[in-house]
Design a protein around this ligand. Sequence first.
Ligand SMILES: [Zn+2]
Ligand SMILES: [Zn+2]
Ligand SMILES: [Zn+2]
Length: 165
Amino acid sequence: MAADPAQLLRQRGIQVTAQRLAVLRAVAARPHITADSVAEAVRGEIGAISLQSVYDALGVLVSERIIRRIQPAGSPARYEDRVGDNHHHLICRICGRVVDVECSTGVAPCLTASDGKGYEIDEAEVAYWGRCPECLAGQRTASGTEPFARRRATSSHTRKEHPPK
Ligand SMILES: [Zn+2]
Ligand SMILES: [Zn+2]
Ligand SMILES: [Zn+2]
């Protein structure tokens, strides 16, 4: 994320509004955040905002590739500000936690189709599904199921608190 989000918007020719800035900050602060959580964060920062306005702002930022939208199967869409590197995701089937993982080999698309059918392939969408270390260890309780990701995974032995709501 650029040091100055307002500058980033201007560079892309996007009108700078308090709502867009707040949405961008919320995504930058919590990678793989859901729209609902963005709305919560923005309300805490600038007051009332409709979920529709949040979706509108997210849509603008996604279409300008300032943020990236990921859509794990069976989960609400997630948003992150790590763009342009085609990284992939590890997704926990139990708690829904999403963390970044680098390309399996080199750069995008990082997987070679067995038969490209003449397509010029520039991206392979890869999601690794499984159980996160905390779920494996049985440390997460039923009330701790709200999936939020941390940019840097902390040790499952030291992090017992649930992410802030
Ligand atoms: Zn988990
Ligand atoms: Zn990511
Ligand atoms: Zn890759």
